[in-house]
Design a protein around this ligand. Sequence first.
Ligand code: XMP
Length: 510
Amino acid sequence: MNQILILDFGSQYTQLIARRLRQLKVYCEILPCSTKLEEITSKELKGIILSGGPSSIYAKNSPKVDPKIFELGLPILGICYGMQLISHDRGGKVIKSKKREYGFSILKTSKKSPLFNGVPEKIKVWMSHGDEVKKMPKGFKKSANTSDIKIAGFENEKEKLYALQFHPEVHHTDYGLKILKNFAHKICLYKDQWSPASFLNETIADIKKDAKNSSVICGLSGGVDSSVASVIVSKAIGKKLYCIFVDTGLLRTGDKERMRAVFNKKYKFNLKIVDASKLFLSKLKGVSSPERKRKIIGKTFIEVFDKESKKIKNAGFLLQGTLYPDIIESVSVKGPSAVIKSHHNVGGLPKKMKLKLIEPLKFLFKDEVRELGRSMKMPEELLMQHPFPGPGLAIRIIGDITQERINILKKADKIMRDEIKKFGWYDKIWQAFCVLLPVKSVGVMGDERSYENTIAVRCVESVDGMTADWSKLPYELMQKISSRIVSEVKGINRIVYDITSKPPSTIEWE
Ligand code: XMP
C-alpha cells in the first residue's frame, strides 16, 4: 500500500503526525528511527517524515537515522529535531537556542515554498525546541522565519528535502493540516484516497489464506475493538470463528443480553457465554487491594478462557483487537513508562496456548476502527459505546466485593447511563460510570433516619484516555441522576460528583 513513512525520534507529537495524515486520507506508518534501511525500503513509500524528539543533535547517543535514506530520492520532511538532523547530515550548523522556546510564535512564510502554497504570509505556529539551525547546508533555501529564529524552515527542492522548526501536526498551528497536505499531495504526489475500509478486502483475503485449515478463537468482550475484529474475521471464515465471552459477574446491567442480541441473533456467531461469576466472586472474597483485584481477575480470566478454548477443535489462531497505538508504544524509541495500574487484557494468552495471533486492527486508530465498523453496517450503539475496563465493576467497588454490593452498583449505574442518554449527553462524554464507596453517612428518608452508602458519579471527557477532564454536566441532569438513584436504589442515600481531572487522578478509582 502506498504510504508516507514517519520515522520516530521520540517526540510526544509523533502519533499526532500520523493522525493528521490519516485525517487527510493519506496512509502512513510510524517506525523507530533506528529501523534498518532494508525494512524502510521494503515499503511502498511516497515520502518520509522525520519527527521531532527530545534530544540535542550533538548529545552523546543522540538518535540518528541511516543516512542512506537521503539517497533514496524520496521527498523528506524534517520536523523540529528532524530539521536539525537534515541540517547536520548536510553540513549545516545547529546551535543551542538562547532560550528554550515552547509555545506560540508568529511565522513569516515564503510564497515560493510548495509547503506554504495557499498559506498566508504570517501564521501562528507551535514551537517546542532547545536547538536551532544557525547556518543552512549548501544548496538550501530559507522558507520561513520568526522574529526569534532566522531559519525556521529551509528546503532543497531539487533534492526534495524540506524542514520545519515548528510543529505543523499540533492543533494550535494555523494551517498545519494544509502544510502537511501540501507535503503529501504537492511534494510526495500521494494521490490515493485512503480510508480504514481500504484494508478490508485485503485483510479478509489474508485471514482466509492463513486460517485455511484451522479455527480461530476470539475472546469477545463486546467492546468496540473485539467486536469489529470478530466481524471482520467472520466475514473471512464464517463458522470457523469461535467466540468466548466470559461472564465474570462484574458486568453492567444489559451487557450479557446485548451480547446475545448482537452476536447470537444478528450475526449468528458461534458464541459461547461462560458463566464464571461464582468463581470470580469466590476468588475475590475479602480482597480490597486494587492491584490484587486486578491480578486475581486477570489470572482467573485466563484460566477460564484457557479451559474453554481447549474444547475447540483444530484451533490454530487467537484473534486480538490490538490497535495501532499499542503497537507504536511497544516499538517506540521512548523508554517504558511507569506502571500506574496493571491493565487486565489477554496478553498472556497466546504464549500459554501456543496459538498464532490474528490482529486485523493493528494498523488502525480507535476512531478508524469505528469508521470501519460503520462501513460494515455494525450497530451504531455498539460502535459508540464508552470504554469499559476488563476488571469491570470490581474496580468500581471500593473495598470488598460482595454480590449485594455488585447489585447496588449495577442498579445505580444503569440509572445514570439511562439518564445521560435521555439528556443526549452520552456521545459528548468519553466515559460515565458510578463508583460504590465504602462510606456510610446519615440521611433522612420520609420521617426516618437512614445510615447508608455513597455513590460517586464520574463523567469525563478525553481524546485517548491518557488525559481527561471532568464533564460539566447540566445541573438538571445531575439532579435527575441523584434523585433517581437515591429513591430507587436501596442502600444508597448520598451521591457525590467527582471533579478531578487526569492527571492528577486517574479515570477509574482503582
Ligand atoms: P485510568 O483509570 O488508568 O484509565 O485513567 C484509562 C482508561 O483505561 C481504562 N482501563 C482499563 N481498560 N483494562 C482495560 O481494558 C483495565 O484493566 C483497565 N483499567 C482502566 C479506563 O476505563 C479508562 O478508559
